[in-house]
Every structure is written in structure tokens, then in C-alpha cells.
Design a protein around this ligand. Structure first.
Ligand code: CDP
Length: 242
């Protein structure tokens, strides 16, 4: 499979065809980037941690009645996913003010947002993923009103499920990004749910346990990813040294 060229290669994942047209192989690479690709590195073993955490969360969502593209793991850093017609939106759920919300608006970092704030960006790196509103989404014809409403309902339910699970592990879900796609008329969660796409803070110390460690040189990225993977997957001890 990997001798073939990917049909899509993003900043940290590549997508390959499989013999089954309804299934794709998603490879979590060891690449890590930040600031629209302005900062780039390769960290051996990072891809498999993100794959493990993503598969854990996809399974958790499925158990809670939320459909995802996840089908099965193929290896430590590859998963078989359902082929989706992707919706070019980044749906961000925020429980605590951080990141661009603090940079762009007068929020104090750490302010709890009740109810959680949903922000939807247009997925286009060349335009730096501009923030949308409902009218722009409808005018662009990306989604109709009913699908947009469903998307936001999914995002809130997913937030409830993930926040509750992480809380048990002493981790605050500050914010995270979701991507969705259509399988026929159904909307499924796609892409990944990992340390690259979430902000996670230790409940006691507020220490970052996610890609902010890489973005802002807050410490050893690999050992953070390794230890947070161990906390999220308590049954699967993360013995590897890489
Ligand atoms: O990361 P930054 O502060 O620039 O953006 P943000 O809007 O504060 O990001 C909110 C959350 O969405 C963070 O957990 C990001 O990691 C995630 N995100 C992402 O995974 N991919 C993007 N293109 C943008 C945000």
C-alpha cells in the first residue's frame, strides 16, 4: 500500500486507496507542524500515539451513538476508515478561552466558557482558515441549514462525551477541532481526534499536554505525547521508548 502514492497528503497524515473503494487507509506520519506549516519537525513515534488516541476516541464516540469514519486499526500508525465526501469546515469547540480566542478577542486565557463556544472555520490554508458565520456557510452552499444545525448538535454531544472521559483522567478539554464528511446522507466524524487537534490541560497544574508544547517550545513534545497517551489509554501501557 505505502509503495503507492497517497491520494492526499496533509501536514501530518496521508490517505491511500485500498482494494475496497468504500475504504481508505489513513497513515499518521511522524511529522509535526505549526503556524500554517511555518514550523516543521519529524518526531519518531509521534504518529502512532496520535493514531492510538484517535482510535480510542472514535471507538468511544461510536459507543455513545455518534458515527465516525473509523473502521479498524491496520498497524500502529495506520487505520482503515470509511471513504467520506469531506465537508471543508473545521468545527472547533471551546470550553476554556485559549489560543486564537485570546489572541483575537478580549478573553482572559483560562476563562471557562459556559455554554461552550462553537467556532467554524473554512478549511483553506492559503487563506489561513478564515472564520465563518452561518450566513456565509449557507451562501457558499457548503451545507444547508438542516445539516449545519446537525453538525453543531454533533459537536456539542461529542464535546460532552470527550470532556467527561478526559475529566476522569484528570485532564481538562480546553478546545478541539472536528472535521465531518458525508456517507450518503449521513454525517460522520472524519479526520482525527488527537493531541494535534485538541488543547488538553492537566486538571491540577494547567500544564499543556498537547501540540502547544511544540508550538511554544514548552518542553519535550514526544515525552508529553507518550505520557498523555498513557493517561488517555489507561489499559494499554505505553511501553515503547521511542
Ligand atoms: O491553534 P490556534 O491557537 O492558532 O487556533 P485555535 O483556533 O485556538 O485552535 C483551537 C483548537 O483547534 C486547538 O485545539 C487546535 O489545536 C485545533 N485546531 C486544529 O486542530 N487545526 C486547525 N487548523 C486549527 C485549530
Amino acid at each position: 500500500m505505502e509503495n503507492e502514492s497517497p491520494i492526499y497528503s496533509g501536514k501530518a497524515k496521508s490517505l491511500y486507496r485500498t482494494a475496497n473503494p468504500g475504504e481508505m487507509l489513513m497513515k499518521f506520519r511522524d511529522d509535526i507542524t505549526a503556524f500554517d506549516g511555518g514550523k516543521k519537525d519529524t518526531l519518531s513515534g509521534k504518529g502512532s500515539r496520535n493514531a492510538a488516541v484517535s482510535s480510542y476516541f472514535f471507538r468511544l464516540l461510536e459507543k455513545n451513538g455518534i458515527r465516525t469514519h473509523f473502521l479498524r486499526m491496520e498497524s500502529e500508525n495506520t487505520m482503515i476508515v470509511r471513504a467520506l465526501r469531506m465537508i471543508p469546515l473545521e468545527v472547533i469547540v471551546r470550553n476554556i478561552a485559549a489560543g486564537s480566542l485570546v489572541r483575537n478577542y478580549p478573553f482572559k486565557e483560562g476563562t471557562v466558557l459556559k455554554p461552550p463556544v462553537i467556532v467554524i472555520d473554512f478549511k483553506d490554508d492559503t487563506k489561513h482558515d478564515p472564520m465563518l458565520n452561518d450566513d456565509i456557510i449557507l451562501a457558499l452552499g457548503v451545507l444547508d441549514r438542516a445539516s449545519l444545525t446537525r453538525l453543531k448538535q454533533f459537536a456539542r454531544r461529542i464535546n460532552t462525551v470527550l470532556s467527561r472521559d478526559l475529566k476522569k483522567k484528570g485532564i481538562k478539554l480546553v478546545d478541539f477541532k472536528l472535521e465531518f464528511g458525508f456517507a450518503g446522507e449521513d454525517i460522520l466524524v472524519g479526520d482525527e481526534i488527537s493531541m494535534d487537534s485538541m488543547r488538553l490541560w492537566d486538571e491540577k497544574t494547567n500544564e499543556s499536554l498537547d501540540k502547544d508544547v511544540y508550538r511554544f517550545d514548552k518542553g519535550d513534545v514526544l515525552s508529553t505525547y507518550r505520557s498523555v497517551t498513557g493517561r488517555i489509554l489507561p489499559c494499554e501501557n505505553d511501553h515503547r521508548n521511542t
